[in-house]
Write a protein that binds this ligand. Structure first.
Ligand code: ADP
Length: 908
C-alpha cells in the first residue's frame, strides 16, 4: 500500500473525531469561565469561547468550529441570562435582553471569522504539507522510474549486444539519425561519428549500394516500413551481412520518422552459407555415390523428405516439382513392390532397421538396381514415428558383380581346364610355400615319384638322388633367398627306383606387399637332354681334337669378315690373338699387294659366301719374321639363312712353305728337265743337270733347317720336325731319281717299265702341282675311276706327261678372271678297255688353226715357251703304246687325253 492511501485512511476517523473536540473545547471553556469567574470575578466568557472556537477550528476544521460557535453562543447566551455571569440553573432561558444581542452577534461574527480564518489557515497548511509529501513521493517515484529505466536501458544495450541487434531512429525531415551503441559497433565506428544516410551508403558493399539507396529512397518518400538485407564493406576489408527493419511513423506535422533495428547476420549468413555448401556437398556426394536419402512419416504414411538423389535414381527431374508417391511406386519393378512394402512394414512393426534390394524400371525400359537401408525413429512413447533411410544406386556394382560372377565362372572353367592341363602335361608341376616345402604336386609328379600328396610334404627330399640331395637343398635355399626365379638340376627317383635327371625351375609369387607367398615350379625330364649333352660335349671335344690336330688354331669371323674369335693357339705364330681380333685376314696379310689376284679371288669367295680351303698367305710375326699361314673356312648362317660369318682353321706352314719352295724349284727343274731332255745335246744336258740338281739339294737344306728350327723351339714340335725330315728324304730320293733317270737316258737305256696304277701316278702328280694350283687359284677336281686295271709304264715319264698337261691347263686359265678356274683330272677306261687319262681346263681353249700344230716340236704361243712339251708327251705316250690327243670340250677350255694299253695279263 502506498503512502497516500495510508494518509487517506488516517484522515477520515480524524474528521469524525474533531466534532467531540468542538464540544470538548466548549465544555472546557465553560468550565474555565466558571472557574475564572468565581475565582477572579472577571468576565472571560467571550475570549474563552473564542478560544474554544479557535481550538475547534484548528483541530477540527470549519465544521467543528461552527459547532463550537453554536455551542459557544448557547453557552454565552446561558451565561448572559440572569443571573448573568454564572452557569447556575436558570428558568428564563428564552429571555434575552436586547442589549445582549449585539454582543452575541459580534461574538458570532467574530467567531465565524476566526473559525473561517483558522480553518482556512489550517487547510492551507494541511494542503501545503500534503503537497510537500506528494512532491516527495513524486520525486521518489521519479527516481525509481529512472533507475528502472536505466536498468532496462542496460538490459536493452546488453540484449542488443548479445543479439547483435542495434536500434536506430531516423528523422527524414531533419536527416538526423540516432544509433544505439550496438549499431555503432555493427558499423564499426565510434560514438563521435555522426550517422548519416551518406555514411551508411558509403559503408555499404559497392554491389549492394544501389539497391539500398533505392529502398531507402522509396521508404522515405512514401513513409512506408522497410525491411532489407545488405552487406557492409568494413574498413578492414571484411564483409558483414546486416538485416535492417524499420517502422515508419508520422508526427503531427506529417513528417516521417523511422524507428528500427539493424542486426548483424554475418554469422547466421556464414552458417547458412556453410549449411548450403554442406548441403551442396551432400547432394553432390549423393549424386556421385549414387545415394539418396529419404524420411517416411509413419502416421501420415507419406515421405516427408526426399533428397534430389531420390528423384534422380527414380529418373525424375527434381527441378520439375514434387512427384506423387504413386508415380514413384509405379517405377518400382512389379515383382519387387510387395517385398518393398513388406520390408518397410516389418521394420516399423519390429522397430528394427531394414535392408532391401529392388529394381526400378525407367521409361526407356532400362533397369536400375537399388539397395535401400532404413532406420526407425522412435518417440518417447516407444512408437515408431518415422523411418529414415537411403537409396543406393547399385546398378554398376550389380553389373560388375554379374560380370565378376561370369568371370568367376570363366575362371572356374579355365581353372578346371588348367588343372586338366597341369595334370596331363608331361612335366612335373609343383607348388611350395615360402619356406620351400611343397604343398602341391600334379598328377604326373605324384605318379612319377610314387608319392601321395600327404607324403609329398615330408617325403620329397628322399625322392632325390642321395648324391644330389645336399647340393639340391643348398641351391633351393639359395634360390629362395634371392627371391627371384631360379633353377637347378638334380636326379629324381622314379617310383620304380630309376633315377633320371630333371631340371627344376621355380618362380616366386608375391603378394601386394611384395612378400613371397608361394613358389610355383616345374620339373622337366632332361635325362635324354643330358645324355645328348654328354654326347655332344664328347663329339665337340672330338671335333675340337680333330681340328686342333689338323690345324694350329681355330678362328671365327663376323659378317664383315673381321675376326671375332680366335683360339689361343694362334700364339704359336708369334702373334697375340687379341691383336688379330677385329681385323680381316687381308688386314693381317703382307702379300696383299704382291699377290693381288690371289686376294681378289679370295675376297670374291668371301663375298659369295663360299667355303675356301687351304688358302695360303703371308703375314709377319711379332718379331718381324715372315710367317706363312694356311687357312680354311666355311661360312655359317642363322636359321633364316642370314650370313653370319666364317668359321675355320689356321695352320702355320712357314716351315712347309720353305720346304715347298725348294720342292717347287726341284719340280721346275724336273719340268725343265722334261723339256730339255729330248732336245738338248747330252753334254749340254749334263751341264744343265749339274746346275739343276742344286735345286733339290737346296730344298733338302731348307727342309733340314726347318727341321732343326722345329727342334730348337722352346717346346720342340717333333711332329713337324719329323715331317720336315721326311720331306728331306723325299726330296733327296726325288733328286737322286732324276739323276738316275737322266743317267739312264744318257746311257740310252730302256725305259723302266713297271706295273702301275695310273690313279696313283695321278695322285703323285697332284701332290707335286698342289702349290702351283693354289698359287694360280685353280681348284682341282678329280674324277678317278675306283678300280682301274694296271698298266705297264715308266712312272717318272708318265708323271712328266701328266705334269705337262696340268701345267699347260693352269697356264691356259691364267687370263680367266670371270669364272672359277677349275681343272679336272679324270681316269677311266675307253670302250676297248684301255686306261684313259684326261686333263680338262676351262682356259683360253685352242683355235682350229692351232689344233693341228700343237704336237709339233717348237710350236708355242707363249713368250717364254719352248713348244716342246706336247711333242715330248706324245713321244712318251706313244713309246708306251698309247695315244695322246685333243678332245672337244663342252664348255670353254681344252681337254687333252691319252690312252694306254693294258698290261698283257690284265688284257687277258
Ligand atoms: P709350250 O708349253 O712350251 O708352249 P707345248 O708343246 O707344251 O709348249 O705347247 C704348245 C702350245 O700348245 C702352247 O704354246 C699352247 O699354245 C698350246 N697349248 C698347249 N696346251 C694347251 C691348252 N691346255 N690349252 C690351250 N692351248 C694349249
Amino acid at each position: 500500500m502506498i503512502e497516500s492511501d495510508l494518509r487517506q485512511a488516517w484522515k477520515k476517523p480524524h474528521r469524525i473525531a474533531s466534532y467531540p473536540i468542538a464540544v470538548l473545547s466548549v465544555v472546557v471553556a465553560i468550565v474555565a469561565v466558571e472557574l475564572i469567574t468565581r475565582s477572579l470575578h472577571a468576565e472571560p466568557i467571550a475570549s474563552l469561547m473564542l478560544c474554544a472556537v479557535i481550538l475547534a477550528a484548528w483541530f477540527g476544521g470549519f465544521g467543528p468550529a461552527v459547532l463550537a460557535i453554536t455551542l459557544a453562543l448557547l453557552a454565552f447566551h446561558y451565561y448572559l441570562v440572569p443571573p448573568s455571569n454564572s452557569f447556575t440553573w436558570k428558568h428564563n432561558l428564552l429571555v434575552v435582553g436586547i442589549s445582549e444581542v449585539p454582543r452575541l452577534i459580534l461574538f458570532s461574527i467574530t467567531s465565524l471569522f476566526v473559525a473561517f480564518a483558522i480553518s482556512a489557515q489550517k487547510n492551507a497548511t494541511e494542503a501545503l504539507r500534503h503537497s510537500g509529501a506528494d512532491l516527495q513521493t513524486a520525486i521518489e517515484g521519479q527516481k525509481r522510474v529512472e533507475a528502472a529505466l536505466r536498468r532496462s536501458e542496460m538490459y536493452l544495450t546488453e540484449a542488443q549486444r548479445l543479439s547483435r541487434t542495434g536500434s536506430f531512429g531516423w528523422n527524414v525531415l531533419t536527416g538526423k539519425i540516432v544509433w544505439s551503441d550496438e549499431t555503432f559497433r555493427i558499423f564499426q565506428c565510434d560514438r563521435t561519428t555522426i550517422p548519416t544516410v551518406e555514411f551508411i551508403i558509403q559503408r555499404t558493399h559497392p554491389d549492394d549500394r544501389a539497391a539500398v539507396q533505392d529502398i531507402l529512397q522509396q521508404a522515405s518518400s512514401k513513409g512506408s516500413d522497410f525491411d532489407l538485407e545488405f552487406r557492409l564493406a568494413m574498413p578492414d576489408g571484411s564483409v558483414k551481412y546486416v538485416h535492417a527493419v524499420a517502422r515508419a511513423e508520422r508526427d503531427a506535422s506529417g513528417s516521417v520518422r523511422f524507428v528500427g533495428a539493424v542486426t548483424d547476420v554475418t554469422d547466421a549468413k556464414e552458417a547458412e552459407r556453410k549449411l548450403r555448401r554442406s548441403e551442396t556437398y551432400l547432394a553432390e556426394s549423393q549424386r556421385l555415390s549414387h545415394t539418396s536419402s529419404w524420411a517416411w512419416d509413419v502416421r501420415r504414411r507419406e515421405f516427408v523428405y526426399r533428397s534430389t538423389g531420390v528423384y534422380y535414381i527414380f529418373g525424375f527431374d527434381p527441378e520439375k516439382g514434387a512427384v506423387p508417391l504413386q508415380t514413384f511406386r509405379d517405377r518400382i519393378h512389379p515383382d519387387d513392390r510387395v517385398r518393398n512394402v513388406e520390408a518397410l512394414s516389418r521394420a516399423i512393426r519390429e522397430k528394427a532397421d531394414f535392408e532391401v534390394d529392388f529394381r526400378i524400371v525407367l521409361p526407356d525400359g532400362s533397369i536400375k538396381h537399388v539397395h535401400s537401408v532404413g532406420h526407425p525413429v522412435v518417440n518417447s512413447d516407444g512408437e515408431v514415428i518415422e523411418m529414415i533411410g537411403t537409396h543406393l544406386d547399385v546398378t554398376e556394382q550389380y553389373e560388375a558383380q554379374e560380370k565378376l560372377q561370369r568371370a568367376f565362372d570363366e575362371i572356374k572353367k579355365s581353372e578346371d581346364r588348367l588343372r586338366l592341363v597341369i595334370d596331363t602335361i608331361p612335366t612335373l608341376v609343383w607348388r611350395a610355400g615360402p619356406e620351400g616345402i611343397p604343398d602341391f604336386l600334379n598328377e604326373p609328379a605324384l605318379y612319377y615319384t610314387g608319392l601321395s600328396l600327404d607324403q609329398a610334404e615330408t617325403g620329397w627330399p628322399r625322392a632325390f638322388h642321395p648324391d644330389d640331395k645336399k647340393g639340391m637343398l643348398q641351391k633351393w635355399s639359395a634360390i629362395r633367398e634371392t627371391g627371384t626365379r631360379g633353377g637347378l638340376e638334380a636326379r629324381l627317383r622314379r617310383f620304380d627306383g630309376e633315377y633320371r635327371w630333371f631340371l627344376f625351375e621355380a618362380e616366386p609369387m608375391h603378394d601386394e606387399a611384395g612378400n613371397i607367398v608361394k613358389w610355383y615350379g616345374s620339373a622337366t625330364d632332361i635325362e635324354d637332354l643330358k645324355q645328348t649333352e654328354v654326347a655332344l660335349r664328347e663329339s665337340e671335344q672330338r671335333f675340337r681334337d680333330y681340328a686342333e690336330t689338323a690345324s694350329d688354331w681355330l678362328w671365327e669371323t663376323g659378317p664383315d669378315h673381321r675376326v671375332t674369335r680366335i683360339s689361343e693357339h694362334y700364339n704359336a705364330v708369334g702373334i697375340v690373338p687379341s691383336r688379330i681380333t677385329g681385323l680381316a685376314r687381308w688386314d693381317v696379310a703382307t702379300d696383299v699387294e704382291s699377290e693381288p689376284e690371289k686376294w681378289r679371288l679370295h675376297r670374291a669367295v668371301h663375298d659369295a659366301h663360299q667355303p675356301f680351303r687351304d688358302f695360303v698367305y703371308r703375314a709377319v710375326s711379332a718379331n718381324g719374321s715372315p710367317v706363312y699361314v694356311r687357312s680354311s673356312g666355311k661360312p655359317f648362317f642363322d636359321a633364316s639363312g642370314n650370313f653370319l660369318g666364317y668359321r675355320g682353321t689356321g695352320t702355320d706352314i712357314t716351315a712347309t712353305i720353305r720346304a715347298d719352295h725348294a720342292e717347287e724349284a726341284l719340280r721346275n727343274a724336273q719340268a725343265e728337265l722334261a723339256h730339255v731332255t729330248r732336245v738338248t745335246a747330252l753334254g749340254e744336258l749334263t751341264a744343265s743337270i749339274a746346275h739343276e740338281v742344286n735345286q733339290p739339294l737346296a730344298a733338302v737344306i731348307a727342309n733340314a733347317e726347318a727341321c732343326l728350327r722345329w727342334l730348337d723351339n722352346k717346346t720342340p714340335d717333333l711332329a713337324k720336325a719329323r715331317r720336315s725330315a721326311e720331306w728331306v728324304i723325299e726330296d733327296g730320293i726325288r733328286a737322286s731319281e732324276v739323276i738316275r733317270r737322266v743317267r739312264a737316258l744318257a746311257k740310252k737305256s730302256e725305259m723302266e717299265k713297271a706295273l702301275l696304277n695310273v690313279n696313283h701316278v695321278i695322285q703323285e702328280v697332284i701332290a707335286l702341282v698342289q702349290r702351283k694350283l693354289s698359287s694360280h687359284s685353280v681348284s682341282l677336281r678329280k674324277e678317278l675311276a675306283p678300280s682301274l686295271p694296271m698298266v705297264l709304264g715308266d712312272r717318272v715319264q708318265l708323271q712328266q706327261v701328266i705334269i705337262n698337261l696340268v701345267m699347260n691347263g693352269i697356264e691356259a686359265m691364267e687370263p680367266v678372271m670371270d669364272r672359277p678356274r677349275e681343272l679336272v683330272i679324270r681316269s677311266g677306261q675307253d670302250e676297248t678297255g684301255r686306261v684313259l687319262v684326261s686333263v680338262t681346263d676351262c682356259g683360253v681353249g685352242i683355235s682350229a688353226e692351232n689344233a693341228n700344230q700343237l704336237f709339233n716340236a717348237f710350236f708355242t704361243t707363249k713368250s717364254s715357251g719352248l713348244g716342246m712339251g706336247l711333242s715330248i708327251c706324245r713321244s712318251i705316250v706313244e713309246a708306251h703304246g698309247g695315244r695322246l690327243s685333243i678332245c672337244r670340250n663342252e664348255g670353254p677350255g681344252a681337254t687333252f687325253q691319252f690312252v694306254l694299253p693294258l698290261h698283257q695279263e690284265d688284257a687277258l
